[in-house]
Design a protein around this ligand. Structure first.
Ligand code: FBP
Length: 336
């Protein structure tokens, strides 16, 4: 008789032995809770048009993005879930200017969760994939706990994402490989379907918003020209795939290889302007991809070594298959 599929909660518990003792139970509670909140978000997304939940809430968030109704609802639902987990000392969200301190869970074991509750929200009204991205860091007993998140990505002890697509999948790491689960809509359980994901060394697809081509670093432009240039023997040209939601583009890249890139706007080389946020988009995805054997770069350095100075700091990112990212870095070094 086939073994019963492993649930997310069972898998997180099995990973506990691999975590620093003082955080093992907290991380298990938090990841398990994020799975339960994600099942609720998946339900809500499926009914959003029927419940008048699409469209704008009015106002903008700290990043200047117009806020969708589901951005606000997703933020509040995630916050309520993390409060109930009992292990979170502070919550840093795309939808909140400052960290939300959760005093009842302070102390040395408290965790700080950084989160993009609804990633790719520009896709919501056109029924295209969206996601949730999360990162977990130790608070080290700091009070307030929020500032404990302002460190390099190497300080993350867990990270992952949920993709709400034809099926809902959750992918996470605690630093021992990257594992994927599919939501069983009947039971609301996430079941292990992608154990120990290994990204191919090289791919055939790249994802980037080519509309920004003329604002890129010259090395970035030259690299995309190289990917587009036919060379049968070298497996080029690569195909372009871009969903408008980082989660969907990273998930494809993790499974099939290749690249997802969101470089900085280099119109003023003295002041490069990245778009994606370091703490709750770039660093967690960097951890997930590295743990699957991939690479996550800024173009000139390892994303996980970037130290956050602000909660909504932005960072450039080129991630995916190690040989492809290495090639991109070579073009940045050459500058052409
Ligand atoms: P939010 O929707 O959470 O603000 O995320 C940013 C994002 O939508 C990413 O998911 C995506 O990769 C990128 O911005 C798309 O940006 P653009 O429309 O400039 O290509």
């Amino acid at each position: 008789m086939a073994d019963a599929p492993v649930t997310l909660s069972e898998h997180v518990v099995s990973q506990q032995a691999l975590l620093p003792t003082e955080h093992a139970r907290g991380v298990a509670a938090v990841v398990g809770r994020i799975g339960r909140v994600a099942a609720v978000i998946a339900q809500e997304l499926a009914h959003a048009a029927l419940r008048d939940r699409l469209g704008y809430a009015g106002g903008t968030n700290v990043s200047g993005d117009e806020v969708k109704k589901l951005d606000v609802w997703g933020h509040e639902t995630m916050l309520a879930g993390l409060r109930a987990s009992g292990g979170v000392a502070a919550f840093i969200s795309e939808e909140s200017k400052d960290p939300i301190e959760i005093h009842e869970a302070g102390g040395a074991r408290g965790l700080v969760v950084c989160c993009d509750p609804v990633d790719g929200s520009s896709n919501l009204d056109v029924n295209s994939p969206v996601g949730t991205i999360f990162s977990v860091r130790p608070s080290r007993g700091r009070i307030p706990a929020g500032p404990a998140a302002l460190g390099p990505g190497t300080e993350q002890i867990a990270a992952g994402y949920v993709m709400y697509g034809p099926a809902t999948v959750l992918v996470y790491t605690v630093g021992q490989g990257t594992h994927g689960f599919s939501l069983d809509p009947e039971t609301g359980e996430f079941l292990l379907t992608l154990p120990d994901i290994r990204i191919p060394r090289r791919g055939t697809v790249y994802g980037i918003n080519e509309g920004n081509f003329y604002s890129w670093h010259p090395g970035q432009r030259a690299f995309v020209e190289y990917l587009r240039t036919p060379d049968k023997a070298d497996g080029r040209p690569y195909s372009l795939r871009y969903s408008g939601a980082m989660v969907a583009d990273v998930h494809r890249t993790l499974l099939h290889g290749g690249l997802f890139m969101y470089p900085a706007d280099f119109s003023d080389p003295a002041k490069p302007k990245p778009k994606l946020r370091l703490l709750y988009e770039v660093a967690p995805m960097g951890f997930v991809v590295e743990q699957a054997g991939g690479r996550a770069s800024t173009g000139t350095g390892r994303v996980l070594e970037l130290k956050a100075e602000e909660y909504h700091q932005r960072a450039a990112v080129i991630l995916g298959s190690p040989d492809d990212v290495e090639m991109a870095e070579q073009f940045y070094r050459r500058g052409t």
